[in-house]
Design a protein around this ligand. Structure first.
Ligand code: HEC
Ligand code: HEC
Length: 227
């Protein structure tokens, strides 16, 4: 074969396992609750510009393999590798078992292709989502705009609470503003402990939803007739 053709083939083919890893990333059957990685993480650099319009609980994983550490674990003791950091989501948010063998390797390989060419990515800095005294009955969450909240709800919440009704999560229609704000800020699982593994509502920090956006969402949910 002509060397140029060989080179072209080598350049166009994804490294082994990457395609399999991408399928795992998008596979709702990866864990037990039918939620794919892709439901909670975009893969583009600029979600506002290049995203698909959904507003996900987790941050984009663009450049994730080049972050110095994950989940705030500066010493990299708890999460030594990207696959270790991923297992937390598999177990907590998808109700699955830590990945093993080829799946473990291939998913990490796919994640390593996100943001290729960039030298180093900054570590993810998470803004605390919780209210210090766990009091959500505050003015900042009151008086939201239900029509803006409606649009946000379909971008961020509809996947698990279809039209405010029962889906992966329970029906939320008609709940009070403070209840909604608390669920969004605290989630359930990491902080309060969940009854059903893999059915844990993720928390949304300030960098995912601002106080004003939470207020708008809460106004919309509260305005829905109870189901
Ligand atoms: C139900 C939502 C949800 C699902 C499903 C989910 N994640 Fe996450 N993930 C999160 C949240 C929330 C965080 C916390 C950090 C953030 O806001 O991105 C996180 C954090 C991470 C981190 C650490 C990022 C860092 O730099 O600290 C990695 C890596 C990750 N997820 C990968 C995955 C992969 C791969 C899958 C599928 C196997 C997955 N996640 C499934 C919500 C989810
Ligand atoms: C990945 C799936 C998922 C997404 C996305 C999600 N939720 Fe949830 N939500 C759940 C699950 C599961 C529960 C039940 C948690 C538990 O108590 O076990 C829940 C619980 C709740 C509750 C508490 C219901 C009650 O009766 O106590 C509220 C309110 C709520 N969610 C609102 C929202 C809003 C608003 C959004 C969008 C910002 C949202 N959720 C996004 C899965 C999700």
């Amino acid at each position: 074969m002509h060397p140029a053709i060989l080179l072209a083939i080598t350049l166009s083919a994804a490294p082994p396992g990457v395609d399999a890893g991408r399928r795992l990333f998008n596979d709702p059957g990866l864990g037990k609750n039918g939620v794919a990685c892709a439901a909670c993480h975009a893969t583009v650099k600029d979600e506002a510009k290049d995203g698909d319009g959904l507003l996900r609980a987790g941050h984009s994983l663009f450049g994730v393999a080049r972050r110095p550490f994950w989940r705030g674990d500066r010493e990299r003791r708890l999460h030594r590798s990207l696959a270790d950091a991923t297992d937390v989501c598999v177990q907590i948010f998808q109700g699955g078992e830590p990945l093993e063998g080829a799946d473990r390797i291939n998913l990490a390989r796919y994640l390593s292709t996100l943001g290729r060419g960039k030298k180093r990515s900054p570590a993810l800095v998470l803004q605390p989502a919780l209210e210090a005294d766990l009091d959500y009955d505050r003015p900042q969450y009151q008086g939201g705009d239900a029509s803006r909240g409606r649009a946000l709800f379909y971008q961020a919440c509809h996947a698990c609470h279809p039209h405010g009704g029962v889906g992966l999560g329970p029906a939320v229609a008609g709940l009070g503003v403070a209840e909604v704000a608390q669920a969004v800020r605290e989630g359930n699982g990491l902080i309060r402990g969940s009854r059903k593994a893999g059915a844990w509502m993720p928390a949304y920090g300030q960098t995912r939803l601002s106080d004003d956006q939470v207020a708008d969402l809460a106004a919309f949910v509260a305005s829905l007739p109870k189901k």
